[in-house]
Design a protein around this ligand. Sequence first.
Ligand SMILES: [Zn+2]
Length: 136
Amino acid sequence: MTWPEAVRELVDLRAFGKCEYCLLDQADAGFPHQIDHVISRKHGGTSHPDNLALACYLCNRYKGSDIASIHPGSSELVRLFHPRQDRWAEHFRIVGPVIEPLTDIGAATARVLRLNLPARVIERKLLQTLDRYAKA
Ligand SMILES: [Zn+2]
């Protein structure tokens, strides 16, 4: 999808150029960050900025049109993290190079978006040594 320049700029600036799911800085990504429909269009989400988030290529790819997942313990439906309505630090924390979920929402999001795939953790560890990624 091609976005109007003003929308792209708003989403970039609002997120300080970082993926709103894994916090990877756009400057450190191999592919440009993308604009994610937090609630995908097929689920009725709009292209209003309140439903848009900056996402790195991998987070956006793994999230796809998903908006929820199944809690592994209770089998209940758990919605994914919503960058416009939720605070990142309430649902996740950084432990070493790992993004550790703090809530069911964080756990569902980390699983669906594969936030802690070994290659992603290694990349974060490297970025931390370069002071390019937050440290715990
Ligand atoms: Zn990401």
